[in-house]
Design a protein around this ligand. Structure first.
Ligand code: F6P
Length: 360
């Protein structure tokens, strides 16, 4: 193994730089490899300035930095890249050019740090001959085959801190405070932050809710003298018999953008005569320095991915299972997205301590 490439695709997540640093150090220290970074996801292969050497100097000091020093793109699907043809915007397939780019650069392995979309593309590029290895990145924690993705713990801590802060103002003003959290179709952030931050109601995509049940919980608290309530609402939560709420429609390049359910819930609470406010935590969940857990996990993933490359373990993803780093086929990891288990102990525990999921 002489040359390794690294790219970061999809939405950023805290820990990307920690992975890059660990992979570069392991590749140089253990295997004497040259390492190249690909800028802005798969797009870097098509850009004349898209490839940059990564040595010890380039990764010095980046461990605690959020974002990615390589840049990323979440419209970087090489099978549907937007270009202007004859004055019109069209989506074209540039996957062959990417595979040729990898061959031209004589890369023995390409480490792909991404969520389900980016990893799915990596698997397809492998079938065209690209020596890819996947690393599970996303604050949503929704990738199969691994207990946890890097970035999730940091987002969870930021969301929990936000709930703590909302608590004090909710109590002072006797209000229901709704916090809308990210996570797409998985409720891990809202569930775990909700439990850790003492929420009274948690709404997640996996458990469709009834507005009346949410109100029942708020009223029950008021009847016992607690005139405020805290609601952790996942952006993908939906009412029973209704659909998710989007702030922007999708197309063949962009996925639809979720957003607005927190406002809908707050409006309902207001309409029932109980004052409420909504906070959308948004990209604060993705920014800033990773937690120690994410730095450690990212470092373990980065080093393990290089060891896997040295063994020729292509088309596989590094993962955490039973606390140990392992790896599994990319196809298996991306086949079924991970969701909150309704019979899992986190949901049962939340119900045990009186948290409402708005379903009873
Ligand atoms: O997948 C990560 C994520 O932050 C989701 O939780 C969220 O729905 C989405 O990305 C937001 O994407 P964007 O950065 O394009 O607004």
């Amino acid at each position: 193994m002489k040359r390794i490439g690294i790219l970061t695709g999809g939405g950023d997540a805290p820990g990307l730089n920690a992975v890059i640093r660990a992979a570069v150090k392991t590749a140089i220290n253990e295997y004497g490899c040259e390492v190249f970074g690909i800028r802005n996801g798969y797009d870097g292969f098509l850009d004349e300035n898209g490839i940059t050497p990564l040595g010890m100097n380039e990764v010095s000091g980046i461990l605690p930095r959020g974002g990615t020093i390589l840049g990323t793109a979440n419209r970087g699907n090489p099978y549907a890249r937007k270009v202007i043809r004859d004055g019109r915007e069209v989506a074209i397939d540039i996957s062959d050019e990417i595979v040729k780019g990898i061959e031209k650069l004589k890369m023995d392995a390409l480490l792909v740090l991404g969520g389900d979309g980016t990893l799915h593309i990596a698997h397809e590029l492998y079938q065209k001959g690209a020596p890819v290895i996947g690393l599970p990145k996303t604050i949503d924690n929704d990738i199969g085959g691994t207990e946890v993705t890097f970035g999730f713990d940091t987002a969870l801590n930021i969301a929990t801190d936000a709930l703590d802060r909302l608590h004090t103002t909710a109590e002072s003003h006797h209000r229901a405070m709704v916090l809308e959290l990210m996570g797409r179709d998985a409720g891990f952030i809202a569930l775990q932050a909700g439990v850790s931050g003492g929420a009274d109601v948690i709404l997640i995509p996996e458990i469709p809710f009834k507005f009346e049940s949410v109100m029942k919980k708020i009223r029950a608290r008021a009847d016992k003298g607690s005139m405020f309530s805290i609601l952790a609402v996942s952006e993908g939560a939906k009412p029973q018999g209704g659909g998710q709420i989007f702030s922007r429609k999708g197309d063949e390049v962009y996925v639809p953008r979720l957003g607005g359910i927190g406002q809908r819930v707050a409006e309902y609470i207001d309409s029932q005569g109980f004052e409420s406010r909504v906070t959308v935590l948004g990209h604060l969940q993705r920014g800033g320095t990773p937690t120690a857990f994410d730095r450690m996990l990212a470092t373990r993933y980065g080093a393990a991915a290089v060891r896997l490359a040295a063994r020729g373990g292509f088309d596989r993803m590094v993962a955490l299972q039973c606390g140990e780093i392992t790896d599994l086929p990319l196809e298996e990891a991306t086949a079924v997205p991970k969701r909150v288990r309704l019979d899992g102990d986190a949901v049962i525990t939340a119900r045990n301590i009186g948290i409402s999921f708005g379903d009873e």
